[in-house]
Design a protein around this ligand. Structure first.
Ligand code: ZN
Ligand code: ZN
Length: 405
């Protein structure tokens, strides 16, 4: 039996002064149909009231222990960029930024440079070695990139050089614990920062930007440091061969961390213009060779962060029209939920649970008539935590092991 697991990122929401939630507003006859024939519940990914990031909540949902199996954001972004780090590598997310002579960051995104320029600037940052470690820098999309520090005696417990606001001086990375490894890693990152400034500030690409009156991309700032390590694969843990269909780098990285097969889909961009029909097609295709397909939709979260209720509802409607009919009947189980709530009222993640929908012939039907936060409160699945999700799914596709005789 095959399962489709659809995460609409940041799905759960709150009513605001009588305004309904995006799930209540959206016209979504297909999802409501699945709710009618299936069952609902409420998912607290990291536990009741806990406000999760997308990375930790999704790891928990896939049955990983975030206290011991979460490598930090940096390694996941590196994996998402298509590079597999080596165990022990310290990985960061990075931005090209604009800095002045005193290393004050005047634009954290260097005027949101294009991917092409990032790729061109990347070559100036090759071959950097500091204190016996090799530094790998890759540009990814627009002003974004990744940094890997590779060598011995390193630690991911170091603070960001990213000042997280324009007009802040670039931060000096600090050790976040008392270990010699953390101190050494912070020192190496700080030396890299100065070296990157030196090399980029003199780059011909930036001379050309100056001529055009554009801010130079003359600095690299780092955040989300973490040490990469390997974990048990999703298949080892759950006995399921899994594939991932996602646009955003973080989600591909998460899948790759668990050793799911990441399917590249044309037009899957991880934003509101993503091609959902192609994603649905890819998911159905993957079901022929995989037991479990993880399908991720990002734009619900992005509209939540913007506080755009109508925008969030429109994504739900698109998923309803472009994904659900294409996958219904192609899987023995369809589960739809979110990783955390991103209420438009808060424009941020929150600890409210997500509505959770399961549809399949082994799902015990409840009295639900439609799919939204309020109907989910009455659902037959009840309140569940992230760590329950894979157990439930395994039961619904009859692939769980019996305990005892
Ligand atoms: Zn999320
Ligand atoms: Zn978010």
């Amino acid at each position: 039996m095959k399962a489709l697991f659809l995460i609409m990122d940041g799905l759960g929401d709150l009513r605001d002064n009588g305004k309904p939630t995006p799930l209540e507003m959206a016209k979504k006859p297909n999802m409501d149909g699945l709710a009618k024939e299936g069952a609902l519940g409420q998912l607290h990914a990291l536990g009741m009231g806990i406000k999760p990031g997308s990375d930790t909540s999704q790891l928990a949902i896939f049955g990983y222990d975030i206290m011991s199996e979460y490598p930090g954001r940096g390694p996941l972004e590196v994996l998402g960029s298509g590079i597999r780090p080596m165990p022990g590598d310290v990985c960061f997310r990075a931005n090209f930024a604009t800095a002045d002579k005193s290393l004050r960051v005047t634009d954290r995104r260097a005027g949101r440079i294009e991917t092409k320029l990032g790729k061109s600037l990347e070559r100036h940052l090759q071959g950097i070695e500091i204190e016996g470690t090799k530094i790998v820098f890759r540009s990814t999309v627009e002003h974004r990139g990744i940094i890997i520090i590779r060598g011995d005696r390193l630690s991911g417990r170091v603070s960001d050089t990213d000042p997280h606001q324009n007009s802040g001086k670039v931060n000096e990375s600090q050790a976040l614990d008392t270990s010699a490894e953390a101190k050494r890693t912070a020192k190496i990152l700080n030396r890299f920062t100065l070296e990157a400034y030196k090399r980029l500030n003199g780059a011909p690409e930036n001379a050309e930007r100056a001529r055009k009156g554009l801010p130079p991309a003359n600095m690299v700032i780092a955040r989300g440091g973490g040490e990469y390590f390997e974990v048990e694969t999703f298949r080892q843990r759950h006995g399921l061969k899994a594939a991932c269909v996602a646009g955003g780098a973080l989600y591909k990285g998460l899948a790759s961390f668990m050793d799911m097969d990441v399917i590249d889909v044309k037009g899957a961009t991880g934003d509101k213009n993503s091609n959902y029909a192609n994603k649905a097609k890819a998911a159905v295709q993957a079901s022929k060779t995989h037991d479990f397909v993880f399908l991720h939709v990002k734009a619900t979260d992005s509209f939540g962060h913007d506080g755009n209720r109508e925008g969030k509802a429109s994504i739900i409607e698109r998923v309803d029209k472009e994904i659900i009919p294409a996958v219904k009947g192609r899987f023995d189980l369809i589960v739809i939920t979110g990783d955390h709530s991103t209420p438009c009222l808060l424009k941020a993640h929150s600890g409210h649970p997500n509505p959770f929908l399961a549809y399949g012939k082994l799902v015990r039907q409840d009295k639900a008539r439609k799919f939204d936060e309020f109907e989910a409160m009455e659902g037959g699945i009840g309140s569940i935590n992230g760590e329950d999700v894979m157990q439930l799914i395994l039961n619904w596709i009859d692939k769980n092991r019996k305990i005892g005789e």
